[in-house]
Write a protein that binds this ligand. Structure first.
Ligand SMILES: [Zn+2]
Length: 337
């Protein structure tokens, strides 16, 4: 056991912060010493802390290091050792074999740090998402809850727990921290995948107001048909495709006008290319495997050539080109936006 672990075994961070004169409320929350605030938004755990206001977080040792503005965590550990009279012996010199293995570990550590940081960012981003979702609580028990609120209920506790574990282990030996990442590898990947999905959803949903705007601007005789179409779309879009979104590995996204998407979808089906799509009245986003990018682009280009409708659709392979496409359209006035 190293000095960091021993400190965390013998003292809780709650005890330490109280001893340093910080007041904790019943929920172990306190005024954050690292940013200016009037109401407590820092939670003190047994072996770590997290501020929900400024985002500072870390374990016991890191708290003391930051609080006293010390140069490194070893200084912080020594300070705790002295202030609390723990008497942990710290002047042990490393043996030769310890030095050799330490050198080997350097490379491993670099790789580990990268992985650990990525996991942290994934957790933190999902944490923010779930916090937003928590605000969608139904007003009465009879109301069908928003599925995002359900997602919050189903995932928040575990996420909070895993985030705290990661913080607690901050100064534990690397192999324990690697074991933590290994144990949670699948969980981390799943969250990362979900975050991609959420970004993708946002992208699609953002188009809905524009689609509604289009519906308002079209002549009355066309309006009825368009209304029905809109009603058929759940939450502003409909899902198309020949496989579930989650089944597509190495995702790539292509956007095409929804006037063209049925033909493209049909061709992909016949060619046996797996895809999942989200379709608004204006735009369809195809999710495909990266390896199929060129084939799908070729098919879409081909279908666009064949297309002879009044509103000849644009090929829009990326966000950047989408903006350019819209500019072109408004200049030539070929397509109602
Ligand atoms: Zn703070």
């Amino acid at each position: 056991m190293n000095i960091f672990q021993e400190i965390k075994e013998r003292l809780t961070l709650q005890e330490i912060v109280r001893a340093y004169g910080i007041e904790l409320n019943r929920n172990d929350m306190c005024i954050c010493p690292f940013h200016a605030e009037k109401t407590p938004s820092m939670k003190i755990y047994e072996k770590g802390f997290r501020c929900y206001g400024c985002g500072e977080s870390g374990d016991t040792i890191e708290f003391v290091r930051k609080f006293f503005n010390l140069n490194n965590t070893l200084e912080a550990a020594h300070k705790i050792n002295e202030d609390f009279g723990l008497g942990i012996q710290t002047d042990k010199r490393p043996t030769k074999s310890e030095v050799v293995s330490a050198q080997k570990i350097v490379q491993q550590r670099i790789e580990f740090e990268q992985r650990d940081k990525q996991a942290f960012f994934v957790f933190a981003e999902y944490f923010k998402v779930l916090q937003d979702y928590s605000k969608l609580r139904p007003e009465s028990e009879y109301e069908v809850p928003d599925k995002r609120f359900v997602e919050y209920l189903q995932n928040f506790e575990r996420l909070d727990y895993v985030m705290n574990r990661q913080i607690e282990l901050l100064h534990n030996p690397m192999n324990e921290r690697i074991a933590f990442l290994d144990d949670n590898q699948e969980y981390i990947s799943n969250i990362a995948e979900r975050l991609l999905e959420i970004r993708h959803e946002k992208e699609v949903v953002r188009e809905t107001p524009a689609a509604e705007q289009t519906a308002k601007n079209i002549p009355p005789e066309q309006k009825t048909e368009n209304k029905a179409q809109t009603a058929a779309q759940v939450g502003g879009y409909k899902i198309i495709g020949n496989t579930a979104y989650k089944n597509i590995r190495d995702k790539a996204y292509l956007k095409y006008s929804s006037a063209l998407s049925p033909q493209i979808a049909d061709r992909l089906d016949k060619t046996g290319i797996k895809f999942s799509g989200k379709s608004t009245s204006k735009m369809t986003t195809f999710t495909i495997n990266k390896h199929d990018l060129e084939s799908v682009r070729a098919i879409a280009a081909d279908e666009a050539k064949k297309f002879t409708g009044r509103n000849k659709p644009q090929i829009i392979p990326s966000q950047k080109q989408m903006t350019a496409g819209i500019k072109r359209q408004s200049q030539s006035n070929e397509m109602t936006l």
